[in-house]
Every structure is written in structure tokens, then in C-alpha cells.
Design a protein around this ligand. Structure first.
Ligand SMILES: [Zn+2]
Length: 412
């Protein structure tokens, strides 16, 4: 038995009204926007206060290192609440959460191993993330039925709201609502605005039982590439996703946007269409990535990948376009995450291991394949044992062998 944390994203439909025909409180766009605004306001004001305090310290010749913790921030929040009465409109846990985000940002800044930058103000123009978070206390975030018998989400004191999701997710949410059911618990919910539509992301804690596995159990080495998204050590190739239509749309709407005056009706329309096509592009890629990883992880008992230096690939002008389209880093992260969930053994081998240059048959190194300029050689003959190799498949086999060596078992 294992407990996993999982996010469930649900599309919600807030309305313009505050109360529906049956006199029930419903979530309006106004309420969500004001909560988002207040969260940002608290973050910014507290940060501003800390900055001023730091300047004072420097002027008087002290060390400017300030301890930012819950105690000191609570004092600032109390003052803010007295000065600005409109802060009372927001959900109390979302006020606390904004403050917690700030403390986390400072913790990351003072942690020398992370190299994080100093926290910056969340200005309306620069930030793209608009959200606030409600913590589930005493089951105040749950799924209920309204007076007409339809399923609705209840967001604490904001009210109820219509939503759309799959049957599977709906069942999970019902389980999380039931106080007698221990298998699923709703921890918190994040409400966010993405390109004009609203989403609620539920964070749930679930007791997870690994699924039954069909088919043979494989040991797999995975080589991430550019021409193909990945090649497995058993010879299976995973092609890149065809994103031609989506990229063409994005380029087209960017052009139309540049042809019109800012803030004009046509400019705004093009912006809306551009956002939509971006969202479609991202959704398609995410879906493809999820399907591939699920397929690989379900049929495997042991997975090895190489920790590739993808940043250095981006500098190469021939590769950068393909990488930005297909995002191989995301695939690697997803595989690692899924392996942890499904209890599959996962090994990452170091990035400087020359997996492409070694012959998987005689283990001798062929230095002719070294460097990015020799990427064009797709298949080659080993000069020592004369075996014919496919470049990517050979690399995948080497990665698997190295992984087995690290774990300390021999090749079967
Ligand atoms: Zn050889």
C-alpha cells in the first residue's frame, strides 16, 4: 500500500450572477477575480514591506539578511487587514496561502543549493499565472448536489459552481467528499484562470494499489533523440508528434496580431484565437506524452534513461526547433514520475557516459561518432567486430547495460 498525491484538473463555469433561481449561493466571475486580486495584493504588499525594512537596515549599517517566517508575516498581514478592509472579502485560507507562497520564495532564495533569484512583485502585466488556493478545512471544499439534483463543486464560502470532467474523476471527487471513505482525501484546491477560462485543480491524497500488469515484463533502456522522440532498447521507435497544423495556426494569428493596432477589436480577436491555438498545441503534446509513458511503464519492470544535457542541444540551430516543439525533457520527467507511482525500478545514468560511441557487442569505443557534427551518421559498422549498428538502438542498449551495471545485476 502506498499513498500518492495527485492533481485533478476540472473545468468550471462561473457565472455573472451571485445567486441562482433556487436562492443558492453560486460562484461568480467577480468573486473569483477579487480572490485572485487579493492574493496577489497580499503577496506584493508584504514583499514591499520587507524590501523597505531591508533598505532601512542597510542605511543604518546592519546586515540585510532578514528572517521571513510565519510569525513576522502574520504581523504584516494583521496591519494590512486593518488598513484595507476589502481584504476581508477573500477566503481566509487563500489569504494565508499567498503569505505562505512568499515565505517559500524567501526560503528558496536563502537556500544556497538552489540558486533561486530574489522574489519579485507579481505585476499584472508580467505574471501569466492568475490563481488562488483554498485549503480544505472541515470538508468545506467538496462535491455536492444542488436543489435540482445536478452535481456541483462547493468552494468554501464562495458558493457552488457548475463543472465538467470525466466519470472517473467525478467518482474520485465523490470518494474524497465522503468522510467515511479513507481511500481518497481532498487536500486543497487551486482556482486559476487560463486564457479566459476557469479551472479548479484538486490536490488529492490517494491510497494507491498498482494496477494488474498485462504482457511480458521488460527491462528497457530509453534513448531520447531529436529526429525521433525516443528509441527503446528492444528496437521500438517512438516518432515525433505531427504538430504542423498547430504551429501554422500559431504563426498565422501572430502575424494578424502584428498587423492591427494594439487594443483594437481585431487585435483582441486575434489574441483570443492565438491563445486558443496555443492551448490546443500544449494539450495535444501533453496527451501524447501521457499515452507513451503509460504504455512503456505498464509493460516494464526496470527502466533506464540517460540524464541528457538538453540545454546544450538547444544551442545547435539544427536541433533547437525540433526540441522546442517536442519537449523531450518533459518526457523524461513524466517517465520518472510514473515509475515512482507504479513501483517500477528507475535508474538515471550520468550524462557524460558516451552511450552512442560504444559498440554494444564488443564494448569498444568508436571515436568517429564523437561530437554534434557527426550526428548525421545514423548507422555504422564497428571497426573491431564488424557488427552493423543502428545509432539510436545501439545507444539504448548501452544505456540499459550501464543501468544494470549500476544496480549490480548481470544482463539476462
Ligand atoms: Zn564491436
Amino acid at each position: 500500500m502506498k499513498i500518492v498525491r495527485k492533481n485533478i484538473e476540472v473545468k468550471i463555469y462561473p457565472t455573472k450572477r451571485d445567486i441562482n433561481d433556487n436562492a443558492e449561493k453560486i460562484v461568480s466571475i467577480n468573486k473569483i477575480e477579487s480572490n485572485i486580486g487579493i492574493s496577489r495584493f497580499i503577496y506584493d504588499e508584504e514583499l514591499e514591506f520587507i524590501n523597505q525594512f531591508k533598505n532601512l537596515l542597510i542605511q543604518n549599517g546592519y546586515n540585510d539578511k532578514v528572517k521571513v517566517n510565519n510569525g513576522s508575516c502574520n504581523v504584516i498581514l494583521k496591519m494590512l487587514r486593518q488598513e484595507y478592509p476589502f481584504l476581508e472579502k477573500a477566503e481566509s485560507s487563500s489569504r494565508q496561502q499567498a503569505q505562505r507562497d512568499l515565505i517559500k520564495a524567501f526560503d528558496r532564495y536563502y537556500d544556497s543549493s538552489l540558486k533561486s533569484a530574489y522574489p519579485v512583485l507579481k505585476t499584472k502585466k508580467k505574471t501569466k499565472k492568475f490563481s488562488f488556493r483554498i485549503i480544505n478545512n472541515n470538508n468545506n471544499v467538496r462535491i455536492t448536489q444542488d436543489k435540482n439534483g445536478y452535481d456541483k463543486i462547493k468552494l468554501a464560502k464562495l458558493g457552488i459552481v457548475k463543472f465538467k470532467t470525466s466519470k472517473e474523476y467525478c467518482e474520485l471527487l465523490w470518494k474524497g467528499t465522503d468522510p467515511n471513505d479513507e481511500s481518497v482525501k481532498i487536500k486543497h484546491v487551486t482556482v486559476k484562470r487560463v486564457h479566459g477560462t476557469y479551472h479548479a485543480v484538486f490536490n488529492i491524497e490517494q491510497i494507491y494499489l498498482p494496477e494488474k500488469i498485462y504482457g511480458p515484463q521488460m527491462q528497457v533502456g530509453i534513448d531520447i533523440g531529436c529526429g525521433k522522440l525516443a528509441v527503446l532498447s528492444n528496437g521500438q521507435e517512438i516518432p515525433n508528434l505531427d504538430l504542423k497544423q498547430e504551429t501554422e495556426n500559431i504563426i498565422r494569428y501572430q502575424k494578424t496580431m502584428s498587423h492591427h493596432k494594439k487594443e483594437s477589436i481585431r487585435h483582441r480577436k486575434a489574441q483570443r484565437l492565438l491563445n486558443k491555438s496555443w492551448q490546443k498545441f500544449l494539450n495535444k503534446r501533453k496527451d501524447y506524452c501521457n499515452k507513451i509513458t503509460a504504455d512503456i511503464v505498464k509493460n516494464s519492470s526496470f527502466i533506464v534513461v540517460q540524464n541528457e544535457n538538453i540545454k546544450s542541444w538547444i544551442k545547435n540551430k539544427h536541433l533547437s526547433h525540433s526540441i522546442q516543439l517536442n519537449a523531450p525533457r518533459k518526457l523524461l520527467e513524466k517517465i520518472e514520475q510514473k515509475c515512482q507511482q507504479e513501483n517500477v525500478k528507475f535508474v538515471k545514468i550520468p550524462k557524460f557516459y558516451p552511450s552512442t560511441q560504444i559498440c554494444s557487442n564488443c564494448q569498444k569505443r568508436n571515436k568517429k561518432l564523437k561530437g554534434l557534427k557527426n550526428l548525421g551518421i545514423r548507422d555504422w559498422d564497428c571497426p573491431h567486430c564488424h557488427t552493423h549498428h543502428d545509432r539510436d538502438c545501439n545507444a539504448a542498449i548501452n544505456i540499459l547495460n550501464k543501468g544494470l551495471e549500476i544496480v549490480g545485476t548481470t544482463v539476462q
